[in-house]
Design a protein. Structure first.
Length: 115
């Protein structure tokens, strides 16, 4: 039974499970947000996900790396690195910025990408 706990707490297992859950949540939440009526033509799904993911990452870092004992680093691997890594993604932000620029919607694209 000890080997099962060792496998469950292995960094690769924690990262894999966290990434899978975060990636699935990102997909379904992003699709739901994109079906809502929002003002403007911004990619609101990506915006909401990246802002909420950044907030969660900060919360997990403080909670599991500073407030709790160092033995809780496994939770940070699972939730901070795995979940938040799968939940947020900079590549989607870049792709949606590119699509905004290509479609001529320059005001909605971030200023850094217009240079």
């Amino acid at each position: 039974m000890e080997w099962l706990l060792a496998c469950a707490l292995h960094p690769v297992t924690l990262l894999t499970v966290g990434s899978a859950v975060g990636g699935n949540l990102r997909y379904y939440l992003g699709r739901w947000i994109d079906t809502q009526e929002w003002p403007g033509s911004l990619p609101w799904g990506t915006f909401v996900i990246n802002v909420s993911g950044s907030f969660l990452l900060g919360f997990f870092a403080v909670a599991f790396l500073e407030r709790l004992t160092p033995a809780r680093r496994e939770f940070y691997l699972l939730l901070g690195t795995g979940f938040c890594g799968g939940y947020t993604t900079f590549s989607t932000f870049e792709w949606e910025t590119y699509k905004l620029l290509r479609s001529g919607n320059w005001p909605a694209a971030p200023a850094e990408r217009r240079r």
